[in-house]
Design a protein around this ligand. Structure first.
Ligand code: DTR
Length: 343
């Protein structure tokens, strides 16, 4: 990070008069922040990154410039936390689901409890984070959090019943891998960035994820059969190196603080709209088939998965958390936001 001058508010007050006197480069009192992301630029974690970068530049009147590195060009999914901690990037974005066991509190979002959007679980996650300030993030400044939309099955062959799922090799991560295992499939755990290759090589017959990837990764071409399961969501965190945060001017810090929840909501809403768009595009482009399981199969699947709640509680208790209270809090927040957003 390069920090030259922190008086962006003063610069803003001088406004266009200053800009007309100074050449553009001199008018930009700059802090340059590097922001690493793992999947391709077109995908939602990077779309939200660009939006955040733009907002920060705008709201600091150009005093802070964010250089974005999508596609793992600076850090990959699994190197993200270590890389940001070590200062290889100032900011990084990844899914906590790629780090099983590392985030005992926020992994509650990986339990399938029937979320039906990205907006609601994103807000639930942010509230839980803000209230409990989990120890797992002590080395970082958390800039925002959000989740995907619920996970559905995208497969190269139709999965019309629970029985059809038995023995299928399906790519997932974290809680989603556990879902597959419990339902009799064979989970192949990989971050999203390694999925196109796995599908292409036939190492897996599908994936369990949110449906916007049908379009963004062109998975609809290989996975023509989508089974609606609305299983768990994947929680994401955007973290900043602590020393970098401490070095920022209070005015800049305030801008970033104010963006935390707003960015979470923006991303949830973007994701929800994009899932709808992705399904329509996939239908039109590849004539995909959207499959719903018979009610009895869905009920059986949820029943089979119910021990995941206890598994999460046991792991969270072991980590010293009040698991019962946290789980209840998540469900209360879910109900509150579902009412607020009409779900
Ligand atoms: N569902 C998670 C996270 C995820 C969903 N969409 C994208 C796009 C790009 C990267 C990650 C994700 C997953 O399957 O990994």
């Amino acid at each position: 990070m390069k920090k030259v001058l922190g008086m962006f508010l003063a610069a803003a007050a001088l406004g266009t008069a200053l800009l007309t006197i100074l050449p553009a480069t001199q008018a930009r009192a700059e802090v340059v922040l590097s922001y690493a992301n793992f999947p391709p630029a077109i995908t939602f974690p990077c779309v939200q990154m660009e939006r955040w970068a733009e907002e920060v530049e705008k709201r600091t009147n150009g005093a802070v410039v964010v250089e974005t590195y999508p596609g793992g060009t600076l850090l990959g999914a699994k190197d993200m936390f270590d890389g940001v901690k070590d200062g290889q990037a100032d900011i990084g974005c990844t899914s906590m689901a790629y780090f099983p066991g590392a985030f005992p509190l926020t992994s509650v979002l990986e339990v399938p409890v029937g979320f039906s959007s990205s907006t609601v679980p994103s807000l639930v996650l942010w509230d839980l984070y803000e209230k409990h300030n989990p120890e797992a993030f002590a080395d970082f400044k958390v800039l925002t959090m959000f989740t995907t939309a619920p996970s559905n099955l995208m497969a190269t062959q139709p999965v019309r019943t629970l029985a059809d799922l038995q023995g299928l090799e399906i790519r997932a991560s974290g809680g989603a891998s556990r879902v597959l295992e419990m339902l009799g499939a064979v989970p192949v755990s990989k971050p999203m960035s390694e999925t196109p290759d796995a599908l292409q090589k036939g190492l897996v017959q599908g994936l369990l994820s949110s449906l916007e990837v049908l379009k963004d990764f062109n998975f609809a071409e290989t996975c023509r059969y989508e089974t609606v399961t609305n299983f768990q969501v994947y929680p994401f965190a955007v973290v900043m190196n602590r020393d970098v945060w401490d070095s920022l001017d209070p005015e800049v810090q305030q801008v970033l603080e104010e963006l935390g929840r707003e960015q979470c909501l923006w991303t949830g809403q973007y994701m929800d709209e994009h899932v709808v768009e992705s399904l329509a595009w996939s239908k039109e482009t590849y004539d995909i088939e959207v499959i719903e399981w018979p009610e009895a199969d869905m009920a059986q699947a949820l029943e089979t998965l119910s021990p995941m709640i206890d598994e999460w509680k046991a792991a969270a208790s072991e980590a010293g958390l009040d698991a019962e209270a946290l789980f209840a809090e998540m469900m209360d927040l879910k109900a509150k936001y579902e009412a607020e957003y009409g779900e």
